[in-house]
Write a protein that binds this ligand. Structure first.
Ligand code: ME8
Length: 501
């Protein structure tokens, strides 16, 4: 089966921050999980490069917008590569093919009578790249950017979003368009009950954008063409076989800040153009850092690369996804990261692996031999069935907590069986105990693979080389084994807290 997952394309006005990393790492975990299921996967990510905000940032940096975007997009690519993100397609909205295909999309909506000219008068926040109503403001300021919006009065083109209100409501209520989690679905249904207004889809005085094909005096409103990237990336209008293969997307992933664009505006545009809708729009929560809201504009963002340098990319991925329920709001904290790195990783998985490897290594080459009865096979098959249910529901923190609980059971087994004593008294029983433990480590590594790809591979190679069975069946580790000493998977080191900048 094909599986097509997307992240938002991020604004390039600043460097990548931990919020961007959170969504992208999660998309990568989901993509890697689907690869293990044998799906043909496409993970799309990239950068959103047009509009007033980017133009302002380029000017501030003394660069042309194109030059500025060329530099910034590489920062995102490098960051995602350092975090082990295996993306399949990198989007830039300044790519020719995107501009061309988005132009065709706009023209189609225009030809169908879904776009009309009108006067827009209202408040616009450049930081958000969106219009605001008085009720969105506190003390006249945008809540996110702490800046007064500018007053705009322009002749613009409008998209008849209101015409799709009923259809969207029906599709969402019937579950044909899945909006998740449930809180977001209810929020979207609430907006539909209030009724959607038509939206401006062009700007008159923003030259850094895609000109409207029928009126090049105006450029497409950045959000409208950005949403189209999900379809232009897979060949919309120009590569029918690729488009037929990949579209519709299986999951559009993002945070709740931009769910309305993805769950209402984007589906309405697709309905207008007669194109299939994405199968699922999933909007996870927002997190704060040490209790305060994080925002690029406020300047209290965390650099994900600093965090990865501190803990290692795999550990950082684990820490981000195990801290709070995916989908809900949460808080991340440097001190909690440091505590959990030590407890869950260094003293947990890492310690179990190095103890077992050391005991096995002392035996030289020996043959795996399972005890005639043990409850490990049942435990492990239970672990896998819950694992798949939970991975499919995106319950990542539960999956990781189940893996941790299994590590604890393995530790208890070590304490109960005392293999260091068996080494002296009963070498046959020692081999049975170690067989159970090594096979358990194989399952732990497989289950961790989407989250911690490098560590997982390291452990698997230690257990049996590249050809080691990836089967979820208990007892697949077999034959002769000879283990080398395992370098610590999670070195215990003094962790200095990353700076907030
Ligand atoms: O909105 N917690 O780009 P953007 C969790 N270009 N996730 C966070 C976060 C936080 N505190 N802060 C940011 C845009 N994110 C548009 C998207 S898509 C067609 C166009 C993540 O750079 C989260 O995924 O502002 C959020 O939705 C996204 O960054 C916004 O990124």
């Amino acid at each position: 089966m094909k599986f097509y997952i997307t992240t938002p394309i991020y604004y390039v006005n600043d460097k990548p921050h931990i919020g961007h990393a959170y969504t992208t790492v999660t998309a990568d975990v989901i993509a890697r999980y689907h690869r293990t299921l044998g799906d043909e996967v496409k993970l799309l990510t990239g950068t959103d490069e047009h509009g007033a905000k980017i133009m302002e940032a380029a000017t501030k940096n003394g660069k042309s917008p194109k030059e500025f975007c060329d530099e910034q997009t590489v920062k995102f690519q490098k960051a995602w590569e350092a975090l082990g993100i295996q993306y399949d397609h990198w989007m830039r909205t300044t790519y020719d093919y995107h501009e061309r295909r988005a132009g065709i999309f706009l023209q189609k909506l225009f030809d169908k009578g879904l776009i009309y000219k009108g006067i827009y008068k209202g408040l616009y926040c450049v930081g958000c790249e969106s219009y605001k109503t008085e009720t969105d403001l506190v003390g006249g300021l945008c809540l996110d950017h702490k800046k007064a919006p500018v007053i705009l009065e322009e002749e613009n083109y409008f998209f008849k979003l209101s015409a799709f209100n009923g259809q969207l409501q029906e599709l969402i209520e019937k579950g044909e368009l899945i909006i998740a989690p449930e809180s977001r679905r209810l929020e979207m249904l609430g907006l539909l009950k209030q009724g959607l207004n038509d939206i401006a889809i062009s700007r008159k005085n923003v030259s850094w954008g895609i000109p409207l094909p029928w009126d090049p005096e105006q450029t497409a409103y950045v959000w409208i063409e950005a949403l189209m990237n999900y379809a232009t990336a897979v060949g919309l209008f120009e590569d029918p076989s690729s488009f037929a293969k990949w579209w519709p997307a299986d999951v559009h992933l993002m945070a709740k800040d931009i769910v309305k664009f993805h769950a209402l505006i984007w589906p309405a545009m697709l309905l207008g153009a007669g194109l299939p809708l994405p199968r699922m729009v999933y909007a996870h929560g927002f997190f704060t850092v040490d209790g305060s809201k994080m925002s690029k504009t406020l300047g209290n963002t965390i650099d994900p690369l600093e965090l990865a340098a501190e803990y290692g990319a795999d550990s950082m991925r684990y820490l981000l996804l195990s801290d709070f329920a995916f989908g809900e709001d949460g808080d991340i904290s440097h001190s909690r990261f440091a505590t959990r790195y030590k407890a869950d990783l260094a003293d947990g998985i890492g310690n179990l692996a190095s103890r077992v490897a050391a005991l096995s290594g002392k035996l030289g080459e020996w043959e795996i031999h399972y005890p005639s009865y043990s409850d490990f096979p049942i435990r492990v098959s239970g672990l896998w069935s819950l694992y798949h249910q939970k991975m499919k529901k995106f319950a990542f923190h539960e999956v990781l907590s189940d893996i941790r609980a299994f590590v604890t059971q393995c530790d208890q087994y070590v304490e109960e069986t005392k293999p260091w004593e068996l080494a002296k008294t009963n070498p046959d029983q020692l081999k049975e105990v170690l067989s159970n433990l090594l096979e358990s480590l194989r399952h732990i590594s497989l289950a961790l693979a989407p989250f911690m790809p490098v560590i997982s591979e390291k452990l698997l190679v230690q257990l049996g080389g590249k050809d080691l069975s990836r089967s979820e069946k208990w007892g697949s580790l077999s034959g002769k084994i000879q283990m080398a000493k395992l370098e610590p998977l999670f070195p215990r080191k003094e962790l200095s807290l990353p700076k907030t900048n």
